[in-house]
Every structure is written in structure tokens, then in C-alpha cells.
Write a protein that binds this ligand. Sequence first.
Ligand code: PEP
Length: 223
Amino acid sequence: MTSAEAVRKAGAVILRGGAFKPSTSPYGFRGLGEKGLQLLAKARDEFGMAIITEVMTPTDVSMVCEYADILQIGTRNMQNYMLLDEVGRTNKPVVLKRGMSATIEEWLLAAEYVLSQGNKNVILCERGIRTFEKATRNTMDISAIPLIKSLSHLPIISDPSQGTGRRDLVGPLTLASIAAGTDALLIEVHPNPDEALKDGAQSLTIKQFNELMPQSQAVAHAI
Ligand code: PEP
């Protein structure tokens, strides 16, 4: 609720939170499930933001749809075709994250799974790919942003938090994404990132987010 209030004040219009969290380690925090969805809905009601949240299995889709305004398919499920079919049969917009090792063609074909079931509201999300580089969590493929724009009519957004895994790089990659033409950004924010249950290293403090918003608007206006 603290994060929601702060980002809303800074100008964010959509709140992304994970109730079902894919975790590389089974011992990591995996989200609060339906209780987490209820908290997201509470933040939506209190602060007037739409909410996005990840759905991980076909059987959870109808329950997640009761709470979410926009569904997220995470990188690990980009090629979970049963799940793509199922969200394709809903009327909710779907953020489709790029698989961490997916080519642009595989990503666009995954989007086709959703579109071909009748759901035309797919939003692609570049979140970094696996390369040999270990200094960052993933390697942000900024070129994917203009490339997708030239290949597809679908909106493309950028996630520099997962894309870098490093708080100090989120700002520069946010600005680079805007310059490259991103339609929106997905940025992780936490009131006290060092105590976050998940992904604290890549979460901005509220102060950092407040500073980044006017910089982002300046770049957006300049291009
Ligand atoms: C997330 O956005 O919470 C997440 C786990 O992202 P990704 O699927 O890109 O790893």
C-alpha cells in the first residue's frame, strides 16, 4: 500500500504486483496467492490504479481474472501453450514477457497463441535475455523495442528491473527504453528494498522513483 500510494502520487497509472511469484528456488518467496490478489484489489480501490498480476497455471486463470485488470505471463511461461490458450480465451489484456532465451520470432509466435484464441489485447514486454554476461541479471535487448515496432502492431513495454537486476542500472535503462520507443515501463519500487521479500536488489526506493519520473518525462518529450 505504501508503494502504491507513492507511485500513484509520482504519476504511475498501473500497479503491478505478484501474488503468484515464479521463483528460481523453491525456497524463495512465492507470493501470497489469492490473499495477495485481494491486497492488490484493495490498492486499486484506494488509489485508483489498474492492476496487473501474473498468472502461472491455466487452472488459476478464472480466479486471477476476478481481481486483475491485466494478466501477466512471465518469462518462464512464454511457451506454456496451454496457459497462452487459456488467457487467449479471456477478455483481459495480457502482458506477454519475452522468454529469457526466446528469439523475437518465438516471442511473436507465442503472442499469436493468445491472439488466435480471440484475445486481441496483447502487450509485449522486453525483460532481458540470457547471454554470457554475468555482471547483470539479464541483458536488456533494447533493440527489441524498435524491432518489434517494425514487425508488429502490438504495443511493447520494457522491464528494466528484471532486465538488469540492479537498482543502479534501472534509471539509465528506463531512459534508454523511452528513447528506443517503449510504450510503457514496468519498474519495481519498494519502500525499503533491502528488506524486500523478493527482488530487492532491483527495486528502486520511492525517492529514486520520484527522481526518475521527471527525467523520464523529459526524455519522452525530447524525442
Ligand atoms: C516478475 O515480473 O515478477 C517476474 C518474475 O518477471 P520475469 O517473468 O520477467 O522474470
